[in-house]
Each structure stands twice: as C-alpha cells, then as structure tokens.
Design a protein around this ligand. Sequence first.
Ligand SMILES: N[C@@H](CCC(=O)N[C@@H](CS)C(=O)NCC(=O)O)C(=O)O
Length: 218
Amino acid sequence: MTITITAFERSPDGGKGLARDTRVRWALEEVGQPYQVRLVSFRAMKEPAHLAIHPFGQIPTYEEGELALFETGAIVFHIAQRYAGLLPDDANARARAITWMFAALNTVELPILELSTATLLERDKPWYAERLPLVQDRVRSRLKQLSARLGDADWLDGAFSAGDLMMVSVLLRSRPSGILDEFPNLAAYVARGEARPAYKRAFAAQLAINTAPPPPAS
Ligand SMILES: N[C@@H](CCC(=O)N[C@@H](CS)C(=O)NCC(=O)O)C(=O)O
C-alpha cells in the first residue's frame, strides 16, 4: 500500500532537517518502507483539503490506504508497530521504548520548543533579554537529567529504537542554541543517530527538496 507523507514545499530551516517530516522519513527508512511526499505551501496547509487530514494545519501527515494520521508521535508509533525494526519484541522492552517516545515529545521537546519560540518570535519584546536565560535554563536542566540517564550508553535502553529516533530528532532542535554541546554524551548520542544510514537518507531527501529550484509561481 502506498504511503504518502506531507512536507513543507520550502522549510523555514532551509533543509537543516529540523522540520518534523524528517523524523517520519527517518522511521520509514529504518523499516525499509518506500514513501511518496506531497509538498504543501504555508497557504495550502491552512486550506480545507489539508485541514481534513490535519486539524491544526501543520505538517507532517501520513496517509496509507484509508488511514490518515497527523502528529509525529502517532505516526512514528504506527510505523514502529506495523513494520519490524523500531520496537523490541520483548513486551517490557517495547513498553520502555514507547515510554522514551513519550518522554521525548512531552518532557524534552517542550522546553526546547519554548526556547525556539522565544528566539524566533520574541526578540523584539522588552522582556526578551530578561526571560531568555530562564528559558535556556529549563532546557539545560532537562538535558542534564537526560545526560545523567544516558551516561556512556549508546542508546537509551539497549538497542536503537523508536524512542531513540524520537529523542535524537527532538535533541537536534536544541543544537542551534549551543546547549546540546554542553553535554558531550548527548551530542555524541545525536551524532550516532545522524550517522545511521536511514537518517542520512531521510536527511538527504528533505535537503534535496529544500535546495531544489523554487516551483513555478501559480
Ligand atoms: N506536535 C506536532 C507538531 C507539528 C508542527 O509543529 N509542524 C510544524 C512543522 S515542523 C508546522 O507545520 N508548522 C507550521 C504551522 O504550524 O503553521 C507533531 O509532532 O507533528
């Protein structure tokens, strides 16, 4: 059955792989499933056809036959459940890997997102300079806890899993702030994720779109 995902026609990051279609591409590459991509403009994302699939008018979405999904957590979880390679067979190890997916999205991504929002959208506010260190410290304290748990292990819980895929994807978004590099074991963990052939293919695919000549004006 054909899998189709959506991605930005032009990602605001210019192809650095931070747009969230990259994590879905990565999951599909890890499990060896081919996929098609439908590119959407910011305007098209807010139009009824896209809103019917994604109620919040965002990317990525995932379509497979009758099934249409949004939210990268749900999409990667679905891929990991349906195809072998991203979740362990042992029931307890599987539950722990899923726990790490939730931790990445609910506990680690939130302060990282808050920092990105502050630096992107709040620079001109009179309170920006006073607030920024507080937001940075929230990221720092989360990463400190994660760093302590990871220690010198390669992955969060045994073999690479969907939990690591999601955590690495989330941590990548903290790299531009410089905070990731304050934790050498986390920086090395992210580099291990980026070194995976499946990640490299996913990254290259999104980069190709973002460096291609712009589509003709309609
Ligand atoms: N929680 C959602 C977040 C999706 C999201 O924020 N997508 C961004 C791109 S990475 C987007 O579409 N931004 C444009 C917008 O919100 O208008 C997920 O994990 O899928």
